[in-house]
Design a protein around this ligand. Structure first.
Ligand SMILES: *[C@@H]1O[C@H](CO)[C@@H](O)[C@H](O)[C@H]1NC(C)=O
Ligand SMILES: *[C@@H]1O[C@H](CO)[C@@H](O)[C@H](O)[C@H]1NC(C)=O
Ligand SMILES: *[C@@H]1O[C@H](CO)[C@@H](O)[C@H](O)[C@H]1NC(C)=O
Ligand SMILES: *[C@@H]1O[C@H](CO)[C@@H](O)[C@H](O)[C@H]1NC(C)=O
Ligand SMILES: *[C@@H]1O[C@H](CO)[C@@H](O)[C@H](O)[C@H]1NC(C)=O
Ligand SMILES: *[C@@H]1O[C@H](CO)[C@@H](O)[C@H](O)[C@H]1NC(C)=O
Ligand SMILES: *[C@@H]1O[C@H](CO)[C@@H](O)[C@H](O)[C@H]1NC(C)=O
Ligand SMILES: *[C@@H]1O[C@H](CO)[C@@H](O)[C@H](O)[C@H]1NC(C)=O
Ligand SMILES: *[C@@H]1O[C@H](CO)[C@@H](O)[C@H](O)[C@H]1NC(C)=O
Ligand SMILES: *[C@@H]1O[C@H](CO)[C@@H](O)[C@H](O)[C@H]1NC(C)=O
Ligand SMILES: *[C@@H]1O[C@H](CO)[C@@H](O)[C@H](O)[C@H]1NC(C)=O
Ligand SMILES: *[C@@H]1O[C@H](CO)[C@@H](O)[C@H](O)[C@H]1NC(C)=O
Length: 828
């Protein structure tokens, strides 16, 4: 699908057209997972990590990092591979490995990649020290095909020269284990300067041969943000494995691709500033070897965003002298704690569904990266929790945090604390923090929908969880009222938005700077952000604000041009001048039906379409808080449903693009919930599977993983509310544990038939929701439930299915809420 994949689309996942199948990873990975799933019925003590396939999403531009990480780990050890590999690793065996490094992000599509600093590469240098291949290009090597391996907490690859690389990690440190071919002398090149996006801005390195320790650090630039900002990072490499390994040679090197290949045996210090003339970045680092021909070499690595001293301390305190297997087991235990928050009936679930579900749940706790106590810049010394890689809030507010709401309020509160701290320190909440730096804004201040999601669902616990609701509200109000001087990186273009009731195109803005694009989609997103603020205003009895922000929640209507038609459908969102006149953009522009393959659709300054990474066809569905009125705008229920069908059938729907996430459940709002069930079966089974190419584009820091979790569970969230729509579970029975609330909620799907896990659903097979009871009480509607009536209480939810679609194609009670028809009139 999708010509969009040929454009520069850094964040929204796009349906790529590649879909090549490679024989990576090792076939044993899938065999092991399949065996574990088959054996699960016989086990009382389930190891959920055995169901996780870290390689899903490592092809087809899924950009998933399969590296070794603990939940929310700051360290994610992965090899760095040539070609398009933003997360370091990709399965494509025609690409080469240039080393393994301790820091990565998962699921971001920044073109060159993110992190990858402090890379180390094992070498065989038969000609000795001076002949070692140190530079990026010289040292890269193919993998030994079909040997890549990974599971939660463990990563391994073998080079075509038979050196095996393995890694395991703690939050800020880890162990690397290298196995060399018998009889060879182990050499290693360590890179000081390079990172994946080639942003080196200077730094230094010291080799302490007596203690077998190399400390290094410096400054680098953002992978998705202004190039004028730099962050600092440090690492500490301990080479002696608690005194069991002995260094032979050591020294420094520097090189380039034009003949520079210099080595300084015995030298221990490098201190390099930024290269002002530009060109290829510096290539420099350390080179060392070990005495004798040990088969295995263990190297301990610590990283820090504060100092080399702290990097060493992190290695000492988190790894110490624990063995490789000890760290692996500790990591697996942490993962089991996360994965067991949702326990499914494995023996009666189709094996592929089990694997997709636990792999998605795994990635739902892989990011953001917990860099608490590793803060720099304005966050130095903060007493708040601190998370790096909020990359980006526009991606994650829709499904990531609503899933976290169900089972992990403690983690959610820490991240909310971090958003509020962003407001304290920078003036606005973070939108797209990348590499500890503000990244580019996409829709507006989507963090508003994240913190309001927390407030609405956990206001009773907020204080105990360390979140001050008044402060949270003050942060929201700043996003909603105060125009930053520069809204490219945080906040919104509020002044002109408030004046006009929409973000005008080609407006004279004398007070703030930003890229004059995306006026249509920014208005739609701003309006939903305002709804988030409105919800918290309601919660806190801020009556005036409730009126004001309810009104602003309707601003999405102000970019609706009722006169625009496309493919026989009338009414589309369009950008608009400040005098009120709409500026026509063909609604198919930037869709998969667009015949212009080279049109700018992302953050480029010549994106004149009015929408971010989407067409008007796609974004015109976007008013999650007021779909009832959207239906009116589109001409009523029948037309709305026909238009939805057309949208999917013609390929305007982009399964990996965030604005499309909620469209498959649209039928619920026209009182045809069974049509959503058919649509979601199709969406899941056409676009997701258990192969490396099994994601339809960037995971976007588990935005897609959590979307898939919801689809498989038969639920779909309305962000900034406590509502979850009911679709149709792919799993016959599951329990969601919320240990903070001390509740467990079991959903039992009566009449579940594994044959329903196909598309189309065969006739006569039960899949449509007939009846929903919560702790014995029939629910008012079979289309949605409220968190307060269900998962907050615990107990049993029984969902009865029927094969009679006609019978089930009706909410049999209230439709999911919309603001303009009286929905969301109170918060719980
Ligand atoms: C599970 O236990 C049953 C009954 O003891 C046995 O027949 C079956 O082979 C076992 N399955 C696996 C995968 O171990
Ligand atoms: C691995 O497979 C790829 C694709 O077939 C091939 O280009 C490469 O040479 C192979 N690597 C080795 C070490 O055989
Ligand atoms: C590196 O050199 C700069 C000046 O060139 C100096 O200010 C800095 O202290 C040096 N850093 C280290 C770690 O040697
Ligand atoms: C590390 O070395 C010390 C001192 O030789 C020794 O007492 C200790 O047992 C070693 N630890 C491990 C895990 O090997
Ligand atoms: C953090 O604390 C250090 C040491 O007290 C101080 O030098 C630095 O200015 C502080 N940074 C910030 C941003 O508060
Ligand atoms: C983040 O790290 C801090 C410090 O170790 C810890 O207290 C906190 O629980 C961690 N949070 C998450 C979500 O992992
Ligand atoms: C808001 O008003 C309601 C109803 O009067 C009351 O129960 C609630 O405690 C108030 N909330 C706050 C935060 O003042
Ligand atoms: C708004 O401005 C545009 C461009 O100057 C102009 O073409 C249009 O007629 C104006 N509309 C109104 C309602 O004045
Ligand atoms: C759509 O159908 C629902 C439920 O049948 C009804 O309440 C609503 O008024 C209809 N909307 C329109 C615009 O006709
Ligand atoms: C499971 O997924 C694999 C890989 O996509 C596919 O070949 C197989 O048909 C799927 N099995 C089922 C039962 O859906
Ligand atoms: C729904 O389930 C309840 C409880 O089992 C039952 O009383 C009720 O008749 C059922 N309703 C329908 C429409 O099946
Ligand atoms: C399906 O349900 C509809 C509406 O309740 C009913 O009229 C129809 O007879 C049912 N069809 C079957 C095959 O039971």
């Amino acid at each position: 699908m999708g010509q969009l994949s040929f454009r520069w689309l850094p964040l929204a996942a796009v349906a790529a057209s590649i879909g090549t199948t490679f024989a990576q990873p090792s076939p044993e990975v899938q065999q092991r997972i399949s065996a574990a799933i088959a054996a699960a019925g016989n086990s009382t003590n389930i190891d959920y990590t055995a169901f996780v396939n870290p390689f899903i999403g490592t092809d087809n531009e899924g950009d998933v990092c399969p590296g070794a990480s603990i939940p929310f780990g700051m360290v994610k050890f992965s090899t760095d591979i040539t070609g398009y590999a933003p997360a370091g690793y990709i399965v494509d065996p025609t690409q080469k490995i240039r080393g393994i490094s301790p820091m990565h992000d998962s699921g971001t599509g920044s073109s060159l990649g993110t992190y990858g600093n402090f890379e180390i590469m094992p070498l065989l240098c038969p000609g000795g020290f001076d002949t070692c291949t140190t530079t990026l290009q010289a040292r890269e090597r193919y993998r030994k095909n079909n040997t890549d391996d990974a599971y939660p907490g463990y990563f391994s690859q073998t080079l075509d020269n038979d050196i095996q690389i393995e890694a395991t990690s703690t939050r800020r440190a880890g162990l690397e284990r290298f196995t060399f071919p018998q009889g060879s002398k182990p050499y290693f090149v360590l890179d000081l300067a390079n990172d994946l996006p080639a942003t080196w801005a200077g730094g230094s390195m010291d080799i302490d041969p007596d203690n077998g320790r190399i400390t290094l650090g410096g400054h680098w630039g953002s992978s998705f943000g202004p190039t004028s900002f730099n962050y600092q990072a440090f690492a500490c490499y301990d080479l002696l494995n608690n005194g069991t390994q002995k260094l032979s040679e050591y020294g420094v090197w520097t090189g380039d691709t034009y003949g520079l290949d210099a080595k300084g045996l015995g030298q221990t210090h490098l201190n390099l500033s930024v290269n002002l003339i530009g060109g290829t970045p510096y290539q420099s680092g350390a080179l060392f070897s070990y005495d004798g021909t040990p088969e295995q070499v263990n190297i301990r690595v610590g990283v820090s965003f504060v100092s080399t001293e702290q990097a060493c301390q992190n290695a000492e305190s988190e790894v110490g002298t624990t063995s490789f297997d000890g760290i692996v087991n500790a990591s697996k235990a942490l993962w089991n704690e996360k994965l067991s928050k949702i326990e499914i009936d494995v023996p009666n679930t189709p094996p592929n569904v089990t694997e997709m579900f636990y792999t998605s749940l795994y990635r739902a706790s892989l990011t953001p990266n917990n860099a608490t106590s590793e803060t720099q810049g304005v966050f130095a010394n903060t007493t708040s929790f601190y998370f790096d890689s909020l990359y980006c809030s526009w991606d994650t507010f829709r499904t990531f945090y609503p899933l976290m709401t169900l089972h992990s309020p403690v983690e959610f509160a820490q991240i909310v604390d971090n958003y509020i701290d962003g407001w304290r320190k920078n003036g606005w909440m973070p939108e797209c923090r990348a590499n500890n730096l503000p990244g580019w804004t996409q829709g507006g201040s989507s963090g508003d929908n994240i913190v309001s999601q927390f407030a609405i669902n956990y206001h009773n616990e907020a204080q105990a969880l360390g979140v001050d609701l008044n402060e949270l509200y003050a942060a929201l109000k700043t996003d909603g009222e105060v125009n930053p001087p520069e809204w490219n990186i945080e906040g919104r273009q509020i002044n002109v938005y408030k004046q006009n009731g929409y973000v005008p195109f080609a407006v004279l803005d004398t007070a703030s700077t930003g890229r004059q694009t995306r006026e249509g989609s920014r208005t739609l997103e701003y309006a939903f952000e305002d709804f988030g603020i409105r919800q918290v205003a309601l919660l806190l009895n801020q009556t005036d604000d409730v009126a004001e922000y309810t009104n602003r929640s309707y601003f999405y209507r102000n970019v609706w041009d009722k006169d625009v038609t496309s493919n026989g459908f009338q009414g589309f969102a369009q950008k608009r001048l400040s005098n009120g006149t709409f500026v026509y953009t063909d609604p198919i522009d930037c869709s998969s039906q667009d015949t212009n393959q080279s049109r700018s659709c992302s953050l480029q300054e010549d994106n004149i379409v009015g929408f971010y990474e989407s067409s008007s066809w796609e974004y015109s569905w976007y008013a999650p808080h007021d779909t009832a009125y959207l239906i009116e705008l589109m001409g009523g229920n029948d037309t709305f449903v026909k238009r939805l069908d057309y949208f999917f059938n013609e390929g305007y729907y982009l399964p990996g693009n965030e604005p499309s996430f909620q469209t498959p459940i649209g039928y619920h709002y026209a009182n045809q919930p069974a049509d959503s069930v058919d649509r979601i079966r199709d969406v899941v089974l056409t676009n997701f599977d258990i192969t490396p190419a099994g994601l339809p584009g960037n995971d976007d820091q588990a935005a897609m993983a959590t979307l898939l979790c919801f689809h498989l569970l038969g639920l779909y969230p309305v962000p900034s509310t406590s509502h979850y729509l009911i679709t149709s579970s792919f799993i016959p029975k599951y329990t969601i544990h919320n240990s903070y609330l001390n509740t467990s909620t079991t959903i039992t799907v009566q009449g579940y038939d594994a044959k329903s896990v196909q598309s189309p659903i065969p006739s006569g097979v039960a899949a449509y929701v007939k009846n929903v009871t919560v702790n014995g009480q029939v629910t008012a509607s079979r289309c949605y439930v409220d968190f307060y009536d269900t998962f907050r209480l615990g107990g049993n939810i029984v969902i009865e299915l029927t094969s009679n679609k006609t019978e089930a194609n009706d909410c049999a009670g209230p439709l999911p809420a919309s603001l303009s028809t009286g929905g969301f009139s109170s918060v719980r």
